[in-house]
Design a protein around this ligand. Structure first.
Ligand code: BG6
Length: 257
């Protein structure tokens, strides 16, 4: 049974941080798999944590997903007071529904904070030749430079099979994802239990290696169903990562119920 008292939560945060070797872990009481308000609390916690990470001038790269969409709703104009906030999608289209796409989420974040946003127009699943010519477009080049200059990254983490199913994933990629035993996914990269990348959705924008160089990184993911995914991703996550998760995921990862 869940014991949502404060000292219990602090213990979970401590133990997860220890296990994952990352900068900080914030645990929200409850389980977002079964209670929608817990996902909203994850979003609020992300807004708070983001606030303390901001400079005067910020470029914030954001991924897609329902958690980030929910986070966008929780941001307020207090965040944008006396600061410049520019929201950009972390990567090009990776097969999400419009409402869960980073472009749309960035627009909402900008609107709610009085910031601005830029859109990265890249179609899903295009061939190499089309990509190469897109990369030569000045407008695309410009936004790619902004993405590379981002000082903060906000991203979700998904269960691998759930994400592959939700996206337009080709049969051959589906096969690869399951044969390679992928359990976790983050911004289009699929990870096995050891945190090794076993598949990557080909698109432009932030690559996983970009996370490791001097950016603040906030990962938001909760729910018991994401326990394996979060644990796997954190095996190779950048040390400076701040994880915002919930009690459902935390207890499942640590096997304390
Ligand atoms: C995707 C992101 O859009 O959403 C991923 O690119 C993330 O980084 C996934 O893993 C998570 O989705 P959700 O709906 O579980 O928050």
């Amino acid at each position: 049974e869940m014991m949502s008292n404060l000292s219990g939560i602090r213990q979970l945060e401590h133990d997860l941080k220890q296990l994952m070797g990352i900068a900080e872990v914030i645990v929200i009481p409850g389980d977002s798999d079964t209670a929608t308000f817990v996902k909203e609390e994850l979003g609020k916690a992300c807004a708070d944590r983001l606030k303390s990470s901001l400079n005067k001038d910020n470029i914030i790269a954001v991924t897609g997903g329902t958690t980030m969409a929910c986070t966008a709703e929780m941001l307020t104009d207090e965040l944008g007071e006396k600061r410049k906030l520019l929201f950009v999608p972390a990567r090009g289209g990776i097969g999400e529904d419009v409402k869960n796409q980073a472009n749309v989420i960035c627009a909402t974040m900008a609107e709610n904070t009085g910031g601005s946003h830029r859109v990265l127009y890249v179609p899903d699943q295009v061939g190499r030749e089309v990509y190469e010519s897109l990369l030569k477009e000045p407008a695309i080049k410009e936004i790619l430079q902004l993405i590379k200059a981002s000082n903060i990254v906000l991203h979700g983490i998904g269960d691998a099979i759930t994400m592959a199913g939700r996206r337009r994933t080709s049969t051959s990629s589906m096969k690869k994802i399951s044969e390679e035993n992928a359990v976790g996914e983050a911004f289009g990269y699929y990870f096995n239990e050891n945190g090794e990348i076993v598949h990557k959705v080909p698109t432009i924008g932030l690559q996983i290696s970009d996370l490791h160089v001097g950016r603040k990184v906030i990962a938001v993911a909760g729910g018991k169903s994401k326990a394996k995914a979060i644990k796997a991703y954190m095996k190779s996550a950048p040390d400076q990562t701040v994880l915002i998760t919930d009690e459902g995921a935390a207890r499942e990862i640590l096997k304390v119920h």
